[in-house]
Design a protein around this ligand. Structure first.
Ligand SMILES: Nc1nc2c(c(=O)[nH]1)N[C@H]1C(S)=C(S)[C@@H](COP(=O)(O)OP(=O)(O)OC[C@H]3O[C@@H](n4cnc5c(=O)[nH]c(N)nc54)[C@H](O)[C@@H]3O)O[C@H]1N2
Ligand SMILES: Nc1nc2c(c(=O)[nH]1)N[C@H]1C(S)=C(S)[C@@H](COP(=O)(O)OP(=O)(O)OC[C@H]3O[C@@H](n4cnc5c(=O)[nH]c(N)nc54)[C@H](O)[C@@H]3O)O[C@H]1N2
Ligand code: SF4
Ligand SMILES: [Mo]
Length: 698
């Protein structure tokens, strides 16, 4: 057979690049960016290039396996799903629905089958023990969206392609490829801001890869961004520069916000954060004066003690300078498949139940991942269903979580690999590789900086025994709810996911409805490289789920006096970092991505290194309140004095892990240092950044 070329969207990160994949027989021989994709315009990163390696990875499980006497034994899908459902139901009938926990990891949102069928399984479990990567990630964005606009998915996105001034807090798009702004080729898009005479300013405790693309970079002490943001608002109020514009009739709570930030002058913010007061003042005025400007905050300001407060203040800055829902500002999508309209996820909720040990409130239908180790270690919880997650490496106090997992009565992982987490399971249900499933980005088209749509067919059609996440989850759902043969049948029909997307496209804002012009799956398939539906459009007030936008929410603003009163932490503060050639914990098994120097190193500022006798290439012991690790030292003035940095997602040395390449680059897990007791008091997000540590030379 001669080589063929296929077009598909990369499902590996939020950028959703179009790929052009060359295939010879059943092997991928080359992957390039698709130059005809109107959104990604040929952009590709090393992970996209390696997607064939991931798909063909010999360590990827091909069939379900069960642990029998310490070894993994293959089962048929029917046997495996029966045993999974029986095990879960047995625990729940003996100990109640909450005795089985569920954790959903990050790849679920990159996976059409998991998006369409995961919710049903979670609901069928009827458990309050629900967890996901959200509470180690974007929860503050969603909680602010829920409280400000009435729906957790109404997350404002920076209109990077039209803005003239962009302030970035705690994001490193040059490494992450952009997050909560699906914007393939983000480097080019940021450069374009400067080429059209605009400015990009970065706030980060590390001078990152993104700093090179910016006009200015400011070190900010970890966890103190809210001071800088509050001070910008203080300047706007003190200098009478608030101009809401078109939405002014809708906004409440402005006086309460003004009172809350009044004490936070730029000088006070400088003392706490290290960001110069003059610069805070200048940037606040520039935001107020610019016709097109936006403040954007990401993971570094989400996974910190004041994550919700940070995102609240960012939202307020965009709104009060007239840049919310305006071109070049913070905007919303009008997605062709609208998960809000489809009610794939509810509007949001808060405090409907509490965790059993610490009494932490449910937030957006989940308990914080930071309490998972203690909840799963308590008598209340006996079992776990883990869907596309590796919480042992990605949630706080991973070592404690491992002890809890080891003590469970029953555990099922839906995962293609034997990971640090799934090695504790009784059953592993492995979905097909990324090139054997259909794809539509239900989530990331909602979060994109343009309105776009793209459908991908499976490149290697799955065989009868190759199940994707949708089929696995539907099969489990049927067994958990007993009977309902028609649901089972739907799951088996290969066109199931395509049909749902077709209907969703027709019913969506660009849709054909039942007759007439507009989008359907057939129409979308005419655009093999994806369809551009134009720049973001203003959608407020129509898309609001509240009558008014209230900036004065008491439990959020009450955090400001606490922050102002807080003592600056002594000693070194630990932050994380991402690398272009990795993806959380699970892409360290690709030989081409792992080439080059070891990456799991501790970055230390030269002054801090000298004070501790640490030398470049030497080994350091890093100790926190919950654990210690040893890592090679990399002395670098790119980190702020007083700050050290270790990447997350490493620690593959654990026994029995099925990742042979990753095990050879094991590294250590930063989450063995991160305690579970530090949470954002409002949202419950884990504090992954700014953790106090001691570092000594070995
Ligand atoms: N200290 C620290 N901790 C962090 C972070 C940090 O910056 N610092 N980042 C946090 C963030 S942002 C996130 S999103 C979380 C991620 O947390 P998790 O989602 O728990 O972890 P991942 O490492 O993404 O692991 C994903 C798992 O899914 C499996 N997988 C991959 N593709 C598929 C698929 O298509 N289907 C199924 N069923 N399984 C699949 C992989 O093999 C892997 O085991 O980590 C968080 N943890
Ligand atoms: N290559 C690669 N790409 C990825 C991933 C990956 O693991 N590897 N993960 C994907 C996922 S799941 C996500 S959620 C996104 C995340 O996307 P980003 O948020 O862009 O990713 P990070 O690189 O973690 O950027 C966070 C930045 O915050 C900084 N920071 C830490 N603490 C603070 C603080 O207190 N204040 C401020 N201002 N900054 C702080 C860190 O130094 C870091 O540069 O990336 C996605 N893309
Ligand atoms: S940037 Fe993201 S979507 Fe694009 S090729 Fe890389 S991993 Fe895939
Ligand atoms: Mo994430």
């Amino acid at each position: 057979m001669s080589p063929r070329t296929a077009l598909l969207a990369c499902p590996l990160c939020e950028a959703t690049c179009g790929l052009r994949v060359t295939v010879d027989g059943d092997r991928v021989t080359e992957v390039r960016g698709d130059p005809d994709d109107p959104f990604s315009q040929g952009h590709i990163c090393p992970k996209g290039v390696a997607i064939g390696e991931l798909h063909h990875d010999p360590d990827r499980l091909r069939r379900p396996v069960e642990k029998q006497g310490g070894t993994w034994v293959e089962l048929s899908w029917e046997q495996a799903l029966d045993r999974a459902a029986d095990g879960i139901r047995a625990l729940q009938s003996a100990h109640g629905p909450d005795s089985v926990a569920v954790y959903q990891g990050n790849p679920t949102v990159h996976n059409l089958g998991a998006m369409l069928y995961g919710g049903g399984v979670v609901r069928a479990l009827r458990t309050k023990q629900r967890y996901s990567a959200t509470s180690c990630d974007q929860l503050p964005h969603q909680l602010c969206a829920f409280w400000m606009f009435g729906h957790q998915l109404l997350v404002p996105l920076p209109d990077v392609d039209r803005t003239d001034l962009m302030l970035i807090f705690g994001g490193n798009p040059a490494a992450s490829n952009g997050s909560l702004m699906t914007a393939p080729g983000i480097d080019r898009r940021l450069r374009a801001i400067r080429q059209r005479g605009g400015r990009v300013v970065l706030f980060d405790p590390r001078r990152t890869e993104t700093a090179r693309l910016c006009d200015a970079h400011h070190f900010v002490r970890p966890g103190t961004d809210a001071l800088v943001l509050a001070a910008m608002l203080q300047v706007l109020f003190a200098e009478d520069r608030v101009r809401i514009g078109r939405l002014s009739g809708l906004v409440d709570g402005v006086d309460a916000l003004a009172d809350a930030v009044a004490a936070c002058t730029p000088e006070r913010a400088e003392a706490g954060s290290g960001v110069p007061a003059d610069e805070i003042r200048t940037l606040a005025r520039a935001l107020a004066d610019a016709e097109r400007a936006v403040v954007y905050g990401r993971l570094g300001v989400s996974t910190q003690r004041h994550g919700v407060l940070c995102h609240w203040l960012i939202g307020a800055l965009n709104l009060l300078t007239g840049h919310l829902d305006e071109p070049g500002g913070a905007m919303f999508t009008t997605p062709a498949v609208d998960p809000i309209g489809l009610k794939l996820i509810g509007r949001g909720s808060y405090g409907r139940w509490r965790s059993t040990v610490r009494g932490r409130p449910e937030v957006l239908g989940e308990l914080p991942a930071a309490v998972m180790a203690e909840e799963l270690g308590s008598d209340a919880v006996r079992g776990l269903l883990c869907i596309a997650g590796n919480p042992v490496l990605s949630t706080p106090d991973g070592a404690a979580l491992e002890r809890s997992l080891a003590g469970l009565d029953f555990m099922v992982s839906i995962d293609p690999f034997v990971t640090e987490t799934s090695r504790h399971a009784d059953l592993i249900l492995p979905p097909v590789g990324p090139l054997s499933r259909p794809h539509y980005d239900v989530v990331f088209n909602l979060l994109a900086v343009r309105n776009v749509a793209r459908w991908s067919e499976p490149l290697f059609p799955p065989g009868p025994d190759d199940w994707d996440d949708g089929r696995i989850l539907a099969g489990l759902h049927v067994r958990l709810t007993r009977g309902m043969a028609q649901v089972d049948a739907r799951a088996r029909r290969k066109a199931g996911q395509a049909r749902i997307i077709d209907l969703a496209l027709r019913l969506g804002p660009h849709g054909k409805r039942l007759f007439g012009e507009g989008l359907s799956l057939a129409a979308l398939k005419q655009h093999a490289s994806g369809l551009d539906l134009g720049p973001l459009q203003p959608v407020l007030p129509e898309r609001l789920f509240t009558d008014r936008i209230d900036l004065g929410r008491a439990e959020v603003l009450a955090e400001l006096p606490r922050l102002l009163a807080a003592e600056p932490p002594a000693g070194l503060l630990l932050i994380g970092r991402r690398h272009l050639r990795s993806n959380n914990s699970w892409m360290h098994n690709s030989p081409s991505l792992m080439k080059g120097k070891p990456r799991c190193t501790l970055l230390v500022h030269p002054d801090d290194a000298a004070a501790r006798g640490l030398v470049d290439g030497g080994t350091a012991r890093v100790r926190s309140s919950v654990g210690q690790v040893q890592a090679p030292v990399q002395v670098s003035d790119a980190v702020m004095p007083g700050v050290v940095s270790l990447p997350h997602g490493f620690g593959h040395h654990r026994d029995g892990v099925g990742w042979s390449v990753a095990a050879a680059h094991a590294g250590v897990s930063i989450n063995d240092l991160i305690p579970g007791d530090r949470l954002d008091e409002v949202g419950g997000t884990a504090v992954l950044s700014g953790v106090p540590v001691e570092v000594e030379a070995l």
